[in-house]
Design a protein around this ligand. Sequence first.
Ligand code: PEP
Length: 254
Amino acid sequence: MTQRRPLVAANWKMNGSLASIRPLLKGICSGLQAKCDAEVVICPPYVYLAELTDKLGNSGIISGAQNLSHLESGAFTGEISADMLKDFSCKYVIVGHSERRALYGETDGLVAAKFMRGQDAALVPILCVGEQLAERESGDTEVVIERQLNAVIELAGIKAFNDAVIAYEPVWAIGTGETATPDQAQEVHAFVRLLLARHDDAVADKIRILYGGSVKAANAVEIFNMVDVDGGLIGGAALDADEFLSICHAARGS
Ligand code: PEP
């Protein structure tokens, strides 16, 4: 089995101000111990990417973005291109976050196009998948995950997942304080890996699958201990330096 280095990514969403992110970044950078096994990524609002790049220095923390345009450039008011993100040293980009899907009408097809655009510009997509509460309750979790993943596999091909990360984020657990149990998370993570393995065993074995949904210092260890969980995508808890640092240190290499 491939050794997968855990990854912990902060999704700050539309939170913060220059005044609040400066001490937050300082706290995270100074508290991240060298023995932290995880690769640590921070995805701030776009306008703070320059500040992030400046302040991260040689902390080892990597910059990411929360979204990108599926188009290269042109008359698309308000959009941000993959190349612009590269200009600010971004390595990762979140695509298909459930808030983008639900609030901004991003379809599976558009998410797949964003995934490809990111990769074409040498960004590593963090592809979010996850079911709504009603879908879980009607027993459709796997159908939803399969549909969301297949849209990307069909457009980008299975080999594209060699340079990607998947985040399983049950929508009912995001920002609600309700977390999937470690067993619930493991079950879906194993299913995601199985789905990929139907196309390519090596890709399935190598890919990192993060869990996201109300992860905090108090529950990170038990979730990250599951065999197919390779770290987390962290929302609310990433806005508190101590909380985020505990989560980063809870992610252990296998
Ligand atoms: C997220 O938005 O990706 C997320 C996981 O948020 P939270 O940790 O706040 O549930």
